[in-house]
Design a protein around this ligand. Structure first.
Ligand code: 3PG
Length: 394
C-alpha cells in the first residue's frame, strides 16, 4: 500500500508559518506530565520543520475540557517541550484571537510557539468553520502529526486542513503505514492478541481479523463475555452485558472463518479487585461466586507466548488482566515478554498494553508501538481516518 498523502518532507516551509497539529493529550498527575511519549514522538517532524527554517505553531487538545479550564492548560507541555528542544517554547494564552495573532507574527525562523488547549474553544469538537478559518489565518501551511486524534473530525484536524496546503507529519505517516501493513501485508502466521475490559471496543477488529489472521488470542476481562456466551459461570467477574451478544456473534463467525479464536484455559482469581485480594489459581475457566477472574492463568500464558514465538506478525492490543495490581500482572507480563522476544514483526497499540510494555521496560523491543488508542483501533478496523483523509493527496 502506498500512503498516498503529501508528506511534510515535500512541503515548502522555509520562513513560513506552519500550523502543526500534534497529539499532546498526555496524562497529567498533579499538574505534571506522567508520560511524555506523545511529545517525544512528535520531535522528528518538529526538528525537520525547525531545520528547514519554518515558524512552527503547535496546536493540540488536552483531555476533554468543557470550555476554559486552567487545570488543563498546555503550560506543563510547553515546559517539557522547551527541555526536549533545548530552547524556550513560548505559550500562547489562547488558540485564536488578536493576542495570539500578534504572538504568531513574532515567531522567527526555526522557532516554536505552542497554542493553548484546542478544546478550550467550543467550536473545536464541532469542526466549526469559523474556528477553522481563524486557525487557517494564523498560518501558511498545515502539518498533521496528531495520529492519536486522526479519528476525530474536529476544527484542528479536519476543518483547517481543508483551508491550507495540508501535509502529513512523519509520525502520522509511520503510524498509518505500520498499522495498515499488519492487515494488508503480514507475514503469516498472523497472531492477534486482544485483551482489555470490553468486547464492544474490540468487536470491529475481531470481525475484520477473523478474515485475515491465523489466530486471535483473547485475554483480559473481555474473555468473561465469551465464557458467559458459552454458558460458563463467571462468578463476580466483570462482564459487559452487550459484550455477551457480541461474543456469541464472534464465536459463530469464527466457526466459518479460517482463523482460530482462542480463549483462556485457566485463570487467576481474586476475591476483590485489589492488590491485597485473596488470590487463587483455577485450573479451568469456571469462576465460583465470590471470586472474580483477574488474570489469565499460567497454562494460557505459556500457550499464548508459544503462539507469539512462532508468528510471522504479531498484533497486540489490550492487557491480559489487571496488570496494574502486581499479584495479577503475570499474564500480561508473560505476553509482553513473548512479544518483546518474538522473531516476527510486532505491532502494539492501545494505551494499556503500551503502558504495560513501558512498565516492564520492554517498549524498545517492539517494532512499532502506536501512540494512538481509538485512532489505532479504527484504522485496524479498516476505516479511513478523517484527519488523514483531509490531507492533500501526494
Ligand atoms: C486519545 O488519547 O486517544 C486521543 O488524544 C484522542 O482523545 P479523545 O478521545 O479525547 O478525542
Amino acid at each position: 500500500m502506498s500512503f498516498g498523502k503529501a508528506s511534510v518532507r515535500d512541503a515548502d516551509v522555509a520562513g513560513r508559518r506552519v500550523l502543526m497539529r500534534v497529539d499532546f493529550n498526555v496524562p497529567l498527575e498533579d499538574g505534571r506530565i506522567g508520560d511524555d511519549t506523545r511529545i517525544r514522538a512528535a520531535m522528528p517532524t518538529l526538528e525537520l520543520l525547525r531545520e528547514r527554517g519554518a515558524r512552527a505553531l503547535l496546536v493540540s487538545h488536552l483531555d476533554r475540557p468543557k470550555g476554559f479550564d486552567p487545570a488543563l492548560s498546555m503550560r506543563p507541555v510547553a515546559a517539557r517541550l522547551s527541555e526536549l528542544l533545548g530552547s524556550e517554547v513560548r505559550q500562547a494564552p489562547a488558540v485564536v484571537g488578536e493576542e495570539v495573532r500578534e504572538m504568531t507574527q513574532g515567531v522567527g525562523d526555526g522557532e516554536v510557539l505552542l497554542l493553548e488547549n484546542s478544546r478550550f474553544e467550543p467550536g473545536e469538537t464541532k469542526n466549526d468553520p469559523e474556528l477553522a478559518r481563524s486557525l487557517a489565518d494564523l498560518a501558511d501551511v498545515y502539518v498533521d502529526d496528531a495520529f492519536g486524534a486522526a479519528h476525530r473530525a474536529h476544527a484542528t484536524t479536519v476543518g483547517v486542513a481543508e483551508l491550507l496546503p495540508a501535509y502529513a507529519g512523519l509520525l502520522l505517516q509511520a503510524e498509518v503505514e505500520n498499522l495498515t501493513a499488519v492487515a494488508e501485508s503480514p507475514d503469516h502466521p498472523l497472531v492477534v492478541i486482544l485483551g482489555g475490559a470490553k468486547v464492544s471496543d474490540k468487536m470491529g477488529v475481531i470481525t475484520r481479523f477473523l478474515d485475515l489472521a491465523d489466530s486471535i488470542l483473547i485475554g483480559g476481562a473481555m474473555c468473561f463475555s465469551f465464557f458467559r456466551a458459552r454458558g460458563i459461570p463467571t462468578g463476580d467477574s466483570l462482564v459487559e452485558e452487550e459484550g455477551v451478544r457480541l461474543a456469541a456473534e464472534a464465536l459463530q463467525l469464527a466457526e466459518s472463518s479460517g482463523c482460530e479464536l482462542r480463549l483462556p484455559m485457566d485463570l487467576v482469581l481474586g476475591d476483590s479487585f485489589s492488590a491485597g485480594a485473596e488470590r487463587r489459581k483455577s485450573d479451568g475457566t469456571e469462576v465460583p461466586d465470590g471470586w472474580m477472574g483477574l488474570d489469565i492463568g499460567p497454562r494460557t500464558a505459556r500457550a499464548y507466548a508459544d503462539a507469539v514465538s512462532k508468528a510471522g506478525t504479531v498484533l497486540w492490543n489490550g492487557p491480559m488482566g489487571a496488570f496494574e495490581l502486581e499479584p495479577f500482572a503475570a499474564g500480561t507480563r508473560a505476553v509482553a515478554e513473548a512479544v518483546a522476544a518474538a522473531p516476527g514483526r510486532t505491532v502494539v497499540g492501545g494505551g494499556d498494553s503500551v503502558a504495560a510494555l513501558q512498565g516492564f521496560g520492554l517498549a524498545e523491543k517492539v517494532d512499532w508501538l502506536s501512540t494512538g488508542g481509538g485512532a489505532s483501533l479504527e484504522l485496524l478496523e479498516g476505516h479511513e481516518l478523517p484527519g488523514v483523509k483531509a490531507l492533500d493527496d501526494a
